[in-house]
Ligand binder design. Structure first.
Ligand code: ADP
Ligand code: NI
Length: 194
């Protein structure tokens, strides 16, 4: 793997997400990158460079944050840094396979897409996932109860949707933490669990 290229992609992501205090800060991208590299260790069929670049660029053209078309930010980074066109296309394909809504729930058809999607979903679970959910709710002026509803709408379903066995194992612990959080939340609020 070209370490210098990966460092440059980290620097690019740091610049892109510099101003975001919500669920898409630079920390999210770095956690997805580190988790993706961990998952890659258990998926010998994947290309580590494609996986790393796709993880670091996976939110670089998120429509909620940037008004780009056709992955313009990611493509520009890859072109300016001399990534061969064939590799760049594999990175873009993996990035575009991550979003659940954009792919109508279809499983990514490459190992790199599977890994980055798993890493992104794992970051929505566990202690970090809880913190991101309430940060997102606050950022959008939503009452706390709506963030709690998001657990049922999305977060508690993610455990079943992991692509790789390594991610499924990590998801178990993080899912259990969500359940423990909810149990304590209802204990403290006296609200009825739906
Ligand atoms: P990503 O693109 O990284 O998968 P999303 O944009 O879907 O993430 O969400 C970013 C974070 O905000 C996640 O942790 C997610 O759980 C949280 N989030 C998304 N939608 C909602 C919502 N309606 N209420 C509360 N939290 C949300
Ligand atoms: Ni993400």
């Amino acid at each position: 793997m070209d370490d210098e290229l990966i460092r440059r992609a980290e620097t690019y992501a740091r610049e892109l997400f510099a101003s975001d205090a919500g669920g898409h800060d630079f920390g999210h991208t770095m956690r997805v990158y580190r988790t993706a590299m961990l998952l890659a260790d258990s998926e010998p069929g994947c290309d580590r460079t494609v996986t790393a670049l796709a993880a670091l660029l996976h939110d670089a053209d998120d429509y909620k944050l940037f008004h780009t078309e056709n992955n313009a930010n990611a493509r520009r980074f890859l072109a300016e840094n001399g990534v061969p066109a064939e590799t760049a296309e594999r990175v873009i394909a993996a990035v575009n396979a991550v979003s659940f809504s954009r792919n109508a729930g279809r499983r990514p058809d490459t190992p790199e897409g599977c890994i980055v999607q798993d890493a992104d979903r794992l970051d929505a679970l566990g202690a970090v996932g809880i913190a991101r959910t309430f940060a997102f709710g606050g950022e959008h002026d939503r009452p706390m109860s709506e963030s709690v509803q998001h657990f049922y709408d999305k977060l508690l379903r993610l455990r079943e949707l992991m692509n790789t066995p390594a991610a499924a194992a990590l998801a178990e612990e993080r899912h259990a933490f969500l359940e423990a959080f909810l149990a304590q939340y209802y204990k403290e609020t006296g609200e009825e669990r739906p």
